[in-house]
Structures are given as C-alpha cells and as structure tokens.
Write a protein that binds this ligand. Structure first.
Ligand code: SAM
Length: 170
C-alpha cells in the first residue's frame, strides 16, 4: 500500500500511525502532490481519496493523474463527509481558503472527463456523506467477478473509515 499527502505533518502522522505496517514492508507513506503524482503508470489496483478532494487544485486534472497510475481494470474511490450542499460543510468553505465542496454529480462529471467509467454514487441514509466509485476500464473484456471483488473491498474500506472516525472529522 502506498499513501501520499503533500503535507509534511500529515505524512509524519501517517507514518507514525502505520509504523508496524511500514516496518513489515507493507506500507509506504510519501510526500507528494496529487496534481503531479511521481508514481509509475498502471501500477495500482485501487486508489482511495478520503476527505481530501475538497483541496485538490482542479478535480479533472488530479483525477487524470489517478487514472494514469491505476492498472487497467483498477478502481478509484472517493469518500466525502459533504454532499456539496450541507450547510455545515459550506460554512467550512468560507473559513478554509481554497476548500470546495462537490456534489456527487460534479465528481462524477470530472471522473468521466478524466477517463473513468462505470461510476456509481452512494449517499449515506441519514448524513450528507457520499462515496463515488469509478473504474479505469481495461481494453479487453472485463472480469466481472474480479471487478465486483475490488468494488466490495472499496466499500468495506469506506465503512471501516466511517467506524474509525465517527462524526469527529469536520
Ligand atoms: C481532511 S485531511 C484528510 C486526511 C486523510 N485522508 C484522512 O482521511 O484522515 C485532507 C488531507 O488532504 C491533503 N491534501 C490536500 N491537497 C492535497 C494535494 N494536492 N496533494 C496531496 N495531498 C493533499 C492535506 O494535506 C490533508 O492531509
């Protein structure tokens, strides 16, 4: 697993939290900007973005970077605790310079323009939380069972993250 954040502090915190996985050679935490990913093309099965696309400098260009580093058949999952319309998150937009909340439709549109397909949007039943999952389609015929397996894994990751963070994020 490879994690990326452009903040020195976030990288240090993530390295500390994941120190056992890093020591076991199962995790790497890098400092870098998603708008210019220094990672090899076509190298990841799954990319996730939790609570971060609000700050990315241009969704479509950053999504294109993620598209490039995914393997054909790979998935990209975005989890936001804002559906782009809730009052609490819009308040933060006014306070935090450069922050922008997006609706699932705006995210879907940028994903399509970046090359993704098979996009599905999920809304939390009672909170303004959204998950958007998209696929980098492979040239040939997709393996349906494998696709469903990676999609289920992505949804489990989102559920684990919700349990870990509760309501305490924003
Ligand atoms: C609200 S925090 C979420 C952190 C983490 N993903 C989580 O779920 O706990 C947003 C993070 O996005 C990072 N970030 C914002 N813009 C970025 C960019 N262009 N490239 C890489 N990281 C970025 C910030 O440094 C910050 O650590």
């Amino acid at each position: 697993m490879t994690a990326i954040d452009y903040s020195e502090l976030s990288v240090a915190k993530a390295q500390e939290y994941n120190r056992e996985l890093i020591a076991a050679g199962r995790c790497t935490v890098l400092q870098g900007d998603v708008s210019s990913l220094q990672l090899p093309e076509g190298s990841f099965d799954l990319a996730t973005a939790f609570e971060t696309v609000y700050f990315w400098p241009g969704l479509e260009a950053c999504f294109a970077q993620v598209f490039r580093v995914l393997k054909p058949g790979g998935f990209f999952m975005i989890c936001n605790e804002s559906d782009g319309t809730d009052a609490a998150s819009l308040k933060f937009e006014k306070i935090i310079d450069g922050m922008k909340n997006y609706t699932a439709e705006q995210i879907e549109d940028a994903l399509r323009k970046a090359g993704f397909s098979e996009i599905s949007c999920h809304h939390h039943a009672s909170k303004p939380w959204i998950t958007v999952i998209a696929k980098k389609r492979q040239g040939g015929v997709d393996c349906e069972a494998e696709s469903q397996g990676i999609r289920r894994h992505a949804v489990r990751l989102a559920q684990m993250d919700q349990r870990a963070h509760g309501n305490q994020r924003l």
